[in-house]
Design a protein around this ligand. Structure first.
Ligand code: ATP
Ligand code: MG
Ligand code: FE
Length: 332
């Protein structure tokens, strides 16, 4: 059974082929055009998807050595994401499925981030908790089955990836700044500059206040010492990263305790962060958790995660028809 999967929700155009649950190819074209604007420009993202989608799909089929006539279904990201960007992948998938007369499978991008854990071993056992941390979302998800997920906590304002990227911007680091903060943090002292943690009840998160306190802190320091950022970049990045990870892990710890689950996973772009990967491993050892951390290539956006989600939907005969349209916001 061969499925072609397409991802186009933001600024990665990606296609993957999965054969009987095994990934045969995963091609990702990251749009570099946005760096000069300091963030993703939706209209430019749509245009870049249109340019990339055909060569990316072709390469995915070639790499997997699967011919179009041997495909059994086409899967695509229906949402959430940028509407114009989603529209490119959705229309492409619909046309191709119509042309080949094979079924279509719609995938929720956030569920796919979680299911990236089922691409390779070791796979988490159900039920498990997944901390999904990305550019647009911050969620604690209770996962009871491949397609059975419930959000038990989420951000009420900014996503943690956004907090990484926006603070990086304040530090004059180019977009996306998350990986650069990570790199500088590796050489800095995480306790150099303490920041107050937000007070958010229950299992929900808030990152807008912390972003503002970074801003005020930087403004004040730069007034005192104009070269402050340049001279202390590593310590600033380490302190910011430490604070953001602390917020995430405090809530995850609370969720694990309250729900009584010790199978713990992280997913999404920010799960590529080396500080988060290290801290959650240490916490897991202390609290006797089984911790699951995705391979780097499956953290940020990719079609392999769409393909594995499609594999499970195919097994349940969960198909959609040609009337389907993309959704910028999409529930599980
Ligand atoms: P969503 O999945 O919520 O729709 P998205 O698809 O844009 O959003 P992803 O591709 O999953 O998000 O993740 C991108 C985010 O991950 C960016 O905010 C980026 O800065 C962040 N990120 C990637 N690598 C790292 C890292 N090493 N440290 C911190 N943040 C990182
Ligand atoms: Mg991206
Ligand atoms: Fe994503």
């Amino acid at each position: 059974m061969n499925i072609l999967a397409i991802e186009s929700s933001c600024d990665e155009t990606s296609a993957a082929v999965i054969t009987n649950g095994k990934i045969g190819s995963n091609v990702v074209a990251t749009q570099l055009i946005h760096a000069q604007y300091g963030g993703v420009v939706p209209e430019l993202a749509s245009r870049a998807h249109q340019q990339h989608i055909l060569p990316v799909v072709d390469k995915a089929l070639n790499d997997a050595k699967v011919a179009k006539k041997d495909l059994d279904a086409i899967a695509f990201t229906r949402g959430p994401g940028l509407l114009g960007a989603l529209l490119v992948g959705t229309s492409f998938a619909k046309s191709m499925a119509l042309g080949l007369n094979i079924p279509l499978i719609e995938i929720n991008h956030m569920q796919a981030h979680v299911l990236a854990h089922f691409i390779d071993d070791p796979k988490p056992a159900f039920p498990f908790l997944c901390l999904t941390v990305s550019g647009g979302h911050t969620q604690i998800v209770k996962v009871s089955g491949p397609l059975e997920m419930e959000i038990i906590g989420e951000t009420k304002d900014d996503a943690v990836g956004e907090a990484f990227d926006k603070t990086a911007k304040l530090l004059d680091l180019p977009y996306p700044g998350g990986p650069l903060i990570d790199r500088h943090a590796a050489n800095g002292n995480p306790l150099a500059y303490p920041f107050p943690l937000p007070e958010m009840p229950g299992l929900d998160f808030s990152f807008s206040g912390i972003k503002t306190s970074f801003l005020y802190f930087l403004q004040k320091q730069v007034q005192l010492e104009p070269e402050f950022v340049a001279q202390n970049l590593d310590d600033i990045c380490a302190s910011i990263q430490y604070t953001l990870i602390d917020i995430l892990l405090k809530k995850l710890k609370k969720a694990a305790r309250e729900i009584g689950i010790r199978e713990i996973a992280i997913a999404g772009g920010v799960s590529a962060n080396s500080g988060l990967r290290r801290s959650i491993k240490e916490l897991g050892e202390k609290l006797d958790w089984h911790v699951y951390i995705p391979a780097f290539e499956y953290c940020t956006d990719n079609a392999a995660m769409i393909a594995i989600a499609a594999h499970y939907k195919f097994l349940q005969n969960d198909f959609c028809d040609q009337t389907v349209s993309p959704m910028a916001r999409m529930e599980f």
